[in-house]
Design a protein around this ligand. Structure first.
Ligand code: ATP
Length: 355
């Protein structure tokens, strides 16, 4: 088990500033995801950590000791890539044993450790197969076994599920979580898929243009995003310009919305009167009888049946459009006037920053 500190990583490719002071930590046994859109610097961060690339500035510490100047093989990290990177002419056994053979471990120990690693990823019985005789999911499990068998201090995974179809992706995602928790190995995981990051991570670093926009637990990132960029990247969200009137007694804000005054929690630094952004996740909104007291009248613009829910788009008197999910049995149709209720516990006020 290992504690990792990434401190102020900076990296330029020519004139492109790919990393602009990335700092992250993983505590022992923690899985930390780097989440963000294409080009935000996730892979560059991971490659610097693995030692495949030198940062221009910054440091990578393992249990307080810098490894930034060590070559990859001296770091003792396990790495799993998107494209498996298995040796095509070697059997499953030899692929997994490779790192042990390089380290010249006795044959008997190699056999025992390969058997353990293959059992962990549930691939016993396939030792003699060549990679081309395996499915994508099985190949990725071999790659995972190969990374784990060396008992790395840190596991680095770069979009390991990207080449798998949706069903396999979910299966291998659970396996990775299981294996990581069982072996209590510290891990960093690169993905642009928010559902994957939410399901797997102890903490998520949401990256934006070479920086960490927010580093927190999945729950915090989802419920208390630091800015609209994070809110948008971590699930469906209605994000509406808003100007808080004053503070509530419990430290929140009074925000005029749809003709009523909503008491909502929010980012602490916002000052009353400042332009801000109100986040309403779809589950913060529900439809009720338009005649009820204190409801916000809304016009239904469109609906889509999703099976477990009815997705609705509504518009308020001032033209604000909102998306929400109603019961699949709700008798809601385009053109109807409905009442909108806001569960302010699921609302969140953020500063108005460029995103
Ligand atoms: P993706 O999800 O598409 O892999 P990413 O978040 O991993 O993206 P990086 O691959 O780290 O992003 O790239 C960060 C920035 O650096 C991007 O602007 C990218 O175009 C640039 N970049 C990456 N590799 C190189 C390179 N070898 N030469 C020049 N620019 C590069």
């Amino acid at each position: 088990m290992t504690q990792i500190d990434v401190v102020g990583l900076t990296k330029r490719y020519g004139t492109t500033l790919a990393l602009d002071g990335v700092s992250l930590q993983a505590r022992e046994g923690e899985l930390v995801s780097l989440l963000g859109p294409s080009g935000c610097g996730k892979t560059t961060t991971l490659r610097c950590m693995a030692g495949f690339m030198d940062p221009d500035a910054g440091d990578i510490l393992v249990d307080g000791t810098s490894v930034t100047r060590l070559p990859p093989q001296k770091r003792n990290f396990g790495v799993v890539f998107q494209n498996y990177a298995l040796f095509p002419h070697l059997s499953v056994f030899d692929n997994v044993a490779y790192g042990l053979a390089v380290r010249r471990l006795p044959k008997a120990e190699q056999r025992a450790r390969v058997a353990d690693a293959l059992a962990m990823v549930r691939l016993q019985g396939l030792e003699d197969r060549l990679p081309r005789a395996l499915s994508g999911g099985q190949q990725q499990r071999v790659a995972l076994a190969r990374a784990l068998v060396i008992r790395p201090r840190l596991l680095l995974l770069d979009e390991p599920l990207a080449n798998l179809d949706a069903r396999l992706r979910e299966e291998v995602r659970w396996l990775i979580r299981d294996v990581q928790q069982q072996s209590r190995i510290t891990a960093f995981y690169v993905t642009h898929d928010q559902a994957e990051a939410m399901a797997l991570s102890d903490r998520i670093a949401v990256m934006k243009a070479g920086r960490v926009a927010q580093f927190a637990t999945p729950r915090e990132i989802y419920q208390r995003p630091a800015e609209a960029y994070v809110a948008r990247f971590t699930g469906d969200a209605n994000i509406i310009p808003a100007r808080p009137r004053d503070r509530t007694a419990d430290g929140g804000f009074h925000v005029p919305f749809g003709g009523v005054m909503l008491p909502v929690p929010g980012v602490d630094g916002i000052r009353p009167g400042d332009p801000a952004m109100l986040m309403l996740r779809p589950e913060a909104l529900s439809l009720i009888d338009p005649g009820a007291e204190g409801v916000i009248p809304a016009l239904v613009l469109g609906t889509a049946f999703l099976g477990a829910a009815l997705a609705c788009e509504v518009s308020l008197a001032d033209g604000t459009r909102l998306r929400l999910q109603a019961s699949p049995h709700a008798p809601v149709q385009p053109g109807m006037t409905v009442g909108l209720r806001v569960d302010t516990a699921h609302a969140w006020l953020m500063p108005d920053v460029l995103s």
